[in-house]
Design a protein around this ligand. Structure first.
Ligand code: HEC
Ligand code: HEC
Ligand code: HEC
Ligand code: HEC
Length: 156
């Protein structure tokens, strides 16, 4: 009995429910250095960061469009802490809600970061939005698309 109870607590402690969304500005604090790859700037210059600009007038409030054009529109509203709709498709759409992994002591240890919600995205991550439900779907080639948004870490 006690074993079962502990197992239940242990597994529920690792559900996505615990990972809240903090927004790209939090990631910018550390991932904004040209010497290590400037991930923030690469994202900020990408179509993902500007995805809200494609929505005109009331479309910018339409949940049917927001669910793909904005991270904030694609996650449960009670998990949003400092994420804004305006930042479009931001880091956490692909890397998971950052509330628990963003502190340096956790981030610098990849395994700890993953245990605290960090996701290393794969094709499935992208296909959640890059699919035929999009009114402007142009097809999706993971390898090419991944190249286009690449923002690798440069080891120093
Ligand atoms: C306090 C500093 C800090 C903050 C804030 C931070 N990171 Fe990191 N991050 C690091 C460090 C340090 C590493 C490990 C060394 C490296 O790869 O640069 C890392 C690594 C990563 C990795 C690579 C994991 C791997 O090894 O493959 C990803 C992805 C990542 N961070 C995403 C994010 C996202 C998304 C946010 C915002 C929610 C964020 N980070 C906020 C410091 C930070
Ligand atoms: C299932 C996800 C999804 C939904 C829902 C969605 N979009 Fe998009 N939208 C995308 C993606 C992904 C692209 C990039 C085009 C591509 O590469 O397929 C895009 C591109 C666009 C573009 C740029 C046009 C172009 O040719 O690239 C506009 C404008 C746009 N969407 C408007 C809307 C509007 C308005 C709605 C709501 C009625 C909407 N989208 C709903 C995913 C979506
Ligand atoms: C559209 C999805 C997407 C968005 C948005 C995104 N990333 Fe990534 N990120 C990826 C992919 C894909 C990889 C490569 C994963 C792999 O190793 O195959 C990656 C890798 C990384 C890495 C590790 C690079 C390495 O070489 O180890 C860091 C650090 C990172 N992202 C940080 C960020 C930060 C910070 C933001 C926001 C400013 C961000 N990412 C936004 C998809 C995304
Ligand atoms: C939360 C939804 C979402 C996710 C997840 C997502 N994307 Fe996107 N992506 C979009 C939208 C929306 C656009 C179009 C932005 C615009 O132009 O308005 C887009 C545009 C792009 C573009 C630019 C297309 C062009 O016409 O130049 C590339 C490349 C891309 N995405 C690659 C990826 C990759 C690779 C992944 C997964 C690692 C990914 N995306 C995950 C929503 C998403």
């Amino acid at each position: 009995m006690i074993g079962c109870f502990l197992f239940f607590l242990g597994s529920s402690a690792l559900t996505a429910q615990d990972f809240e969304y903090v927004g790209a500005k939090k990631c910018k604090m550390c991932h904004n250095k040209p010497a290590t790859g400037d991930q923030y700037k690469k994202w900020a210059d990408s179509k993902h960061a500007h995805a809200m600009e494609s929505l005109k007038g009331d479309e910018a409030k339409d949940p049917k469009c927001l669910k793909c054009h904005s991270t904030a529109g694609s996650v449960k509203s009670d998990l949003i802490v400092t994420l804004t709709v305006e930042e479009g498709v931001s880091c956490e759409s692909c890397h998971g809600g950052g509330s628990k992994y963003f502190p340096n002591a956790i981030m610098k240890d990849k395994e700890k970061a993953k245990a605290n919600g960090l996701k290393i995205p794969d094709e499935k991550t992208c296909i959640a939005c890059h699919n035929a439900e999009s009114p402007h779907f142009k097809g999706f080639n993971y390898k090419e698309a991944k190249e286009k948004i690449a923002h690798p870490t440069i080891k120093i």
